[in-house]
Design a protein around this ligand. Structure first.
Ligand code: GDP
Ligand code: GDP
Length: 428
């Protein structure tokens, strides 16, 4: 996915531009967690390309362009392939503009200068000065009047990496909610789709076909499968029923949202987590009702969650509140990201380059004085990504070493959060 950062001194119109491009509801915009609380991320679609926009505007405090802000901005812009440098030529260039320009030059990413607030052609006389920034031809636009946005995006596309996938006919991502009754699944679905249209009435005694709910987000189609199961609560053993429903739902989906309430994780959740794990499908732990956790308990609650869900520790967490729509964007963004990685394929040459590094960093296990030898690694399947490792003796492999390799595969091959499989094959 293409990533583009929006930078510039305060008041030039960065957030106006961001909101204009991301469009849709502003509520879908998520804050970055942690350090860069004030950088925003949004998704947009242009000519069949998905683009992640990063607005670093909120990082500025007053007029100072300090080291600390620069560092946060660099962190937030990690992975961006190009930068839109927003200016306000009607007001003229300021010292701050030149400071940002110097910083961007050092950063070395391609820069497109956006001349904002060019609300009408008569304002175009202001553009000449912008050449002085040293980034070439500025793009005239008006965030407020939606002028010049396509010109800007065409320039952004010039810096799109050649291997970026075109998505002309985007398959829907099929997702299911699993979780015990009352954790907030229906409420989350309503928050996601922005409507109340998914209330499914209880119909005791009738076996309803599963109901699929569809909606679009950032140019991506989503299908929530088996929605009937969310509301249906027959009298007999709700939890057993929920497990059966979850199995069916998991089979029919690509990605799974396991919804939990942070203060109530029990055997039921662990069973569901195991089902999700066994399916080999990406699972996202959605910790809902986060609004009910008092601030002073957030850290300890997170720690407890980590302990309880350690066997799917690779699965990403998102923290949500269905009632104030917090974290909704994260749920969708994570689902898109994992779905893509889950289907990705790593070239054999790259795998074996990494294998060399991994075996150098961590000594291979010995079995009665004989070392495990790994000759060659290749990806044999996608969805889930499955790797075959050719070795001298499969029984020499220790759990610890296998765990180490799985972690390396996830981290070094960009598969964080994705369930991966590793098969050992003996080769004479
Ligand atoms: P930021 O601090 O760079 O994020 O700037 P904002 O997006 O908050 O915009 C600063 C001010 O400029 C606001 O009062 C906007 O309404 C105004 N503004 C933004 N874009 C335009 C534009 O295209 N034309 C005009 N005339 N004003 C704009
Ligand atoms: P489901 O059975 O999993 O579909 O759960 P529902 O969506 O029916 O929600 C169960 C109850 O929890 C309802 O009373 C909701 O209003 C409430 N609820 C759902 N999400 C949240 C949340 O994020 N915060 C709070 N405080 N209450 C929630």
């Amino acid at each position: 996915m293409h990533k583009v950062a929006i930078v510039g001194r305060p008041n030039v119109g960065k957030s106006s531009l961001f909101n204009r491009l991301v469009g849709r509801r502003e509520a879908v915009v998520a804050d970055f967690p942690g350090v860069t609380r004030d950088a925003k991320e949004g998704l947009m679609m242009y000519q069949n390309h998905r683009i992640i926009l990063i607005d670093t505007g909120g990082l500025w405090s007053g007029d100072e362009w300090e080291q600390a802000i620069r560092e946060k901005a660099e962190w937030a812009m990690e992975g961006a392939q190009s930068v839109v440098f927003v200016t306000d030529p009607r007001e003229g260039l300021t010292t701050a503009d030149y400071e940002v320009a110097d910083w961007l030059r050092k950063l070395g990413k391609p820069v497109i200068v956006a001349a904002n607030k060019i609300d009408s052609p008569k304002h175009e006389t202001y553009l000449a000065e912008l050449w002085g920034l040293g980034f070439g031809d500025p793009v005239a636009l008006s965030a407020e009047h939606a002028r010049g946005l396509d010109d800007l995006l065409d320039r952004v596309m010039e810096h799109m990496p050649a291997d970026t996938e075109d998505v002309p006919d985007i398959a829907p991502i099929r997702i299911s909610f699993i979780g015990r009754p009352n954790v907030g699944k229906s409420s989350l679905l309503n928050a996601l789709t922005g409507s109340e249209r998914v209330i499914v009435a209880d119909q005791p005694g009738t076996t309803r076909d599963s109901v699929d709910v569809e909606w679009d987000y950032a140019g991506q189609r989503f299908v929530l499968v088996d929605t009937a199961g969310i509301r249906k609560r027959p009298d007999t053993s709700i939890e057993e029923y929920a497990i059966e429903r979850s199995k069916t739902a998991i089979e029919r989906s690509d990605v799974i949202w396991l919804v939990v309430n942070a203060d109530a994780i029990g055997d039921h959740e662990l069973k569901l987590a195991n089902l999700a794990y066994d399916s080999g499908k990406p699972v996202i732990v959605v910790v809902n009702k986060w609004d009910l956790i008092p601030d002073e308990d957030l850290k300890s609650t997170e720690r407890e969650l980590n302990e309880k869900l350690h066997h799917i520790s690779y699965a990403p967490r998102v923290y949500t509140s269905a009632i104030n729509e917090y974290g909704i964007h994260d749920m969708l963004a994570e689902a898109m990201k994992l779905y893509e990685k889950w289907q990705s394929r790593v070239p054999t040459s790259e795998l074996n380059r990494w294998l060399g590094i991994w075996t150098m960093k961590q000594r291979v296990p010995n079995f009665h004085g004989k070392p495990l030898r790994m000759y060659f690694m290749t990806q044999v399947e996608t969805a889930p990504p499955t790797f075959a490792m050719f070795c001298n003796r499969a029984e020499f492999v220790t759990r610890a070493y296998e765990g180490y390799l799985m972690n390396r595969i996830r981290e070094d091959l960009g598969m964080a959060g994705v369930p991966v499989r590793l098969k050992w094959k003996e080769k004479g």
